[in-house]
Design a protein around this ligand. Sequence first.
Ligand code: RAT
Ligand code: ZN
Length: 421
Amino acid sequence: MTPITAEHAREQVAAVVEEIVASTPVSDIHTHLYDPAFGELLLWGVDELLTYHYLVAEAFRYFDMPFEKFWAMPKSRQAELIWNALFIQNSPISESCRGVLTTLNALGIEVRKRDLNAIRNWFSEWTAEDYITRCLELANVSTVCMTNSPFDDLERPVWERGFKRDQRFTAALRIDPLLLAWEASAPQLAKWGYAVTPDLNAKTVSEVRRFLEDWTKRMNARFLMVSLPPDFRFPAQDDCAQLIEKAVVPHCRDFGLPFALMPGVVRQVNPGLRLAGDGIGLTDLTALKNLCAAFPDTKFAATVLARENQHELCVLARKFRNLHIFGCWWFLNNPSLIDEITRMRIEMLGLSVTPQHSDARVLDQVIYKWQHSRRVIASVLTEKYGDLAATGWTPTRGEIERDVKKLFGGSFDEFCALNLR
Ligand code: RAT
Ligand code: ZN
């Protein structure tokens, strides 16, 4: 009998893995998209795709103009300049540029004509409502989790007014200003009727908890979220660490909600680039370890921006079942890095991870973000199932379907449902 080689086994499973990965709906756990009730806050269309901050950063490598001159232009003109610099004067081979073309192509637009106005005309036929359905169908995304900040002046009034929720859009309560700019946030909370003082005394802590409770309920938040600088420390005496210890952790524990930490971002290393001006740094993950160890009955989720932190993060998740790792965040959202990180995570954590989120800021991006990531995830899984099949443990179709469901949101759902108390 011919021995089953890994190569032979891989061929057998490749087609079925690809089909299952393509047909399994994704629950996208971190985006910057909005329920249609938020109106113009939900961005979509070709000019939004072209002015995505990932492309702005790339275009400025070719532009010969002051930042402020660019920002003073209308968005349509900015889009034209980016199109010209990144698609016409140079081939669009970066991941962010490729993403625009994957999206347009999937929508049925002929990109080879290189005709921006024709593309704009195509978009002008759509209503937001129909287009949401079309994008989510094409991306095969079942739910998108928003990033919802009570500190956002455009977003807050919509929540306060109330609206009928679109079931496809779930919420995450984002609290960066609360934790990272307490001095400015304390007067805000006071203005909104919470009896807080800059000093984090017992009364203030209980009022911060009331604030978190009100917004968790108002949004029906699935989890709380913060992005953190690389020098984040815990435990510590600073406002951020104290607020986490005294307000956020007890709140999350009582509500059974994960607290998602996203360390590694250095905000505004180049302010001229505005939203595109944030950078990256290596994080000392001791802080995350200390949180997981000190509060075993609280759930933490984490994605870390630096590539060099990924292995340590996997080891942490092996030690702490109250830690769930997710996504290849932002500067990591490139096929080569998704491949490396997803392989590492699956090798070290099996299926108890969420390999990807889209971080889409423009609705249409869910199409490319998931098409590109699905391709990488399928190739990693094919390799892993092929290796299993070579031992004689041939995975069944049902088993592969079950596993992919976990990777595409099921594992995170199970984590959210865990009762650690
Ligand atoms: O990836 C991005 O779009 C970044 O600008 C950030 O929004 C980041 O994802 C974050 O959530 O802070
Ligand atoms: Zn994000």
